[in-house]
Write a protein that binds this ligand. Structure first.
Ligand SMILES: Nc1ncnc2c1ncn2[C@@H]1O[C@H](COP(=O)(O)OP(=O)(O)OP(=O)(O)O)[C@@H](O)[C@H]1O
Length: 115
């Protein structure tokens, strides 16, 4: 049990590190607050909340993995390396795909309620 709590602590510290160091993650957190307040205002259904939460989760998970990849690349390849650059580009691409999906999900749910 103590090991489980310790692992949980390490995972939370990884999230806190990302939130403190990554500007994009801070932007995502602000967007989540705005989406949450708007969702409450327009009275989303349970299914709509579930879709929004899945979309938000997708972006946050992608951002956390992207940050981990960036740190790992900087560790193993501190100098300029074309392949290291590609690895970072692909990880950033994953965040872009996740963000794009969440924008589409948000548009499908919010636009009919706000017009
Ligand atoms: N070691 C490297 N070798 C070659 N190209 C690199 C290297 N590091 C970064 N790059 C290129 O620069 C881009 C930006 O890298 P960087 O590490 O600054 O990511 P970032 O998304 O700006 O990071 P942050 O989220 O910390 O601002 C990468 O996507 C890649 O194209």
């Amino acid at each position: 049990m103590r090991r489980l709590i310790k692992s949980f602590g390490y995972a939370v510290s990884g999230i806190i590190y990302t939130a403190k160091t990554q500007m994009n993650f801070k932007i995502h957190l602000s967007a989540i607050l705005a989406v949450g307040l708007t969702g409450y205002y327009v009275k989303l259904s349970a299914a709509e909340w579930a879709s929004i939460i899945m979309a938000i989760g997708l972006v946050l998970v992608a951002e956390l993995l992207n940050t981990a990849v960036e740190l790992l690349v900087d560790l193993v390849s501190p100098g300029f390396n074309a392949q290291a650059g590609k690895v970072k580009d692909i990880a950033a691409g994953a965040v872009l795909v996740a963000a794009g999906i969440s924008v589409v999900v948000g548009a499908i749910i919010f636009i009919p309620k706000l017009i």
